[in-house]
Design a binder for this molecule. Structure first.
Ligand code: IDC
Length: 533
């Protein structure tokens, strides 16, 4: 007989001063595999409970607020080196992995392991973090008002933590990393290990009551491209001389003869940081391996990231190089830290007016109007798109790519409420994935949107995790590319640079900026070119 016991796991533990240092994160730049640092044993404060306790009573809310939260903010500052911190509770562990840091932000992954004898269902974790959360994936951020954060399992696919197994979620911090969480509280229901799994909600989007759902979507896509759409035969040589101006037809990107054209390209890293890779010789190497397009990523935050007097010239250089090589080129307005594209409308208007006017007559240029909206609503993205699309359309009918919410993952939302009327012509929508983080749950969104006939283009992906670093997940990445090939969806990989992170295509030890050989590529680079055939 199934016995559901509600439990409360309370952990109030200061995790500061953990003293030990883990090895620094280093990606797979030398063709090697990424290794997670060894877990760190937490030095517990004598006054704090040594372990969490299960209590056979209904979950209660234990507040992190007031004095406790204030105290947590006094946590010792980060030592600048430690990358991982594990708390061992009674029946569970929580490991906080710092994956990437940069000026003004960081990416973290939190792994909850069930070390008990019953599965933990509908888990919820509270923790306080001085640095603050900007956005979160693979779970729901349900509270930020207690001086800490509450993160809950996603309803459909990771609500159970099976015995001995883990679930994880990730997020970006909105300031410099400033120390590990000072406290955790985990709550959930304890369920007998052999109990029926929690019912999986298959609907990737809940807004459309008429949406047909595929109960076996994870195992079998059960989506197919239309029989009557032929693939364009892609050979080497000048792509747009042969295929002309690309268009959106139904859910496909097609060439001038109406055949499905699969864009396959490389994205630059931010052109402000790595302008040296925006050159003909670099693009040519990837063309030789089978790429037919490039994406020029122009980060948009003012200051270090966006400097029109430099970046516009780099874009000109990139478009010229792609054009001479007969490749398609995406000009990408790379919003990221400016999470809501409407924050950039004034600058974006100038940017797209300039480039649409300049390249609107050029058959090979595509305009991507907002890389990754995040922490904002689809209606904000639509509002922004309706301001920018007409500016571009004044000069050209070339394809426009529109970002979708949650770092361009919510194609299901776009499919349920797409742009209409004069805003739809030759407009397609973005899916982005990082294979080690984004799996069936995001692939299901693509299948759903495809069934709803949404035209989709993957303008950015990598085979590592969402931080752009971490271990490569080739199995997940292969599943993604298989799906894209089946659905005739184009894809661009991140990124053409030699930064010491596992998404970089060029080894960090390689100082060449063009004329690459296969041996100059990282594991991610080698894997990618194997998918271009
Ligand atoms: C990452 C870069 C990294 C840089 C960081 C912040 O790989 O070197 O420090 O941005 O600028 C995205 C973004 C893309 C991110 C990438 C990896 O579009 O700009 O690049 N990523 O985090 N979305 C999901 C992952």
């Amino acid at each position: 007989m199934k016995k559901h016991i509600s439990i409360l796991l309370v952990v109030a533990l200061l995790l500061v001063g953990c003293g030990q240092q883990s090895e620094a994160l280093s990606g797979g730049q030398n063709g090697g595999t990424y290794k997670l640092p060894e877990p760190i044993t937490v030095v517990e404060d004598e006054d704090t409970p040594k372990s969490a306790t299960f209590e056979e009573k209904k979950p209660e809310t234990v507040s992190l607020g007031g004095d406790e939260a204030a105290e947590s903010k006094k946590a010792e500052p980060w030592d600048g080196k430690t990358k991982e911190n594990t708390f061992k509770g009674d029946g569970f562990d929580i490991t906080f992995q710092l994956q990437n840091t940069w000026e003004g932000g960081f990416t973290a992954n939190v792994v909850i392991k069930n070390t008990g004898t019953k599965k933990i269902r509908n888990w919820e974790v509270e923790f306080s973090l001085p640095s603050g959360i900007m956005s979160l994936w693979n779970a729901q951020l349900t509270g930020t008002d207690t001086g800490g954060y509450t993160v809950k399992s996603s309803e459909d696919w990771n609500r159970d933590i099976e015995v001995g197994k883990t679930v994880e979620f990730g997020f970006n911090g909105q300031k410099n990393f400033d120390g590990f969480p000072a406290k955790y509280k985990l709550s959930g229901e304890l369920v007998d290990a052999d109990a029926t799994p929690a019912p999986a909600t298959q609907a990737p989007n809940q807004n459309d009551p008429n949406a047909t759902q595929d109960p076996n979507a994870s195992e079998d896509p059960e989506v197919d491209a239309d029989d009557d759409i032929e693939d364009a035969e892609i050979t080497s040589g000048n792509q747009f001389k042969k295929h002309g101006r690309l268009k959106v037809k139904g859910r496909y990107i097609v060439d001038e003869s109406g055949k499905a054209f699969k864009l396959k390209g490389v994205s630059t890293h931010g052109i402000a940081w790595f302008p040296q890779y925006v050159n003909k010789s670099a693009f040519k190497s990837f063309k030789k391996w089978g790429a037919n397009a490039v994406r020029l990523a122009c980060y948009t935050s003012q200051g270090e990231q966006y400097n029109p007097s430099k970046d516009w010239k780099t874009i000109d250089k990139g478009v010229k190089a792609a054009t001479e090589l007969g490749m398609y080129a995406i000009i990408d307005w790379h919003i990221l830290q400016e999470n809501n594209p409407t924050m950039t409308t004034a600058r974006a208007k100038k940017f797209f007016k300039h480039f649409a006017k300049k390249y609107g007559k050029t058959k090979n240029v595509i305009f991507e109007i907002c890389n990754e909206p995040n922490g904002c609503d689809w209606k904000d993205v639509k509002k922004y798109a309706k301001k920018i699309i007409p500016i571009i359309r004044k000069y050209t009918n070339n394809i426009i790519v529109c970002g979708t919410p949650t770092w361009s993952q919510d194609v299901d939302t776009a499919a349920n409420d797409r742009l209409t009327g004069k805003y739809t012509k030759n407009v397609c929508y973005t899916i982005h994935f990082y294979a080690a983080t984004h799996k069936d749950n995001i692939r299901d969104k693509v299948k759903y949107a495809f069934k709803k006939k949404l035209p989709i283009l993957c303008t950015e992906f990598s085979i590592c995790d969402a931080s752009g670093n971490g271990a490569l997940d080739k199995s997940s990445a292969n599943t993604w590319i298989k799906l894209f090939k089946k659905l005739k969806i184009g894809f661009f990989t991140w990124s053409l640079c030699n930064k010491a992170e596992s998404s970089a295509l060029i080894k960090s030890s390689c100082n060449k900026t063009g004329g690459f050989k296969k041996s100059d590529l990282t594991s991610a680079g080698k894997w990618f070119i194997s998918k271009l055939k």
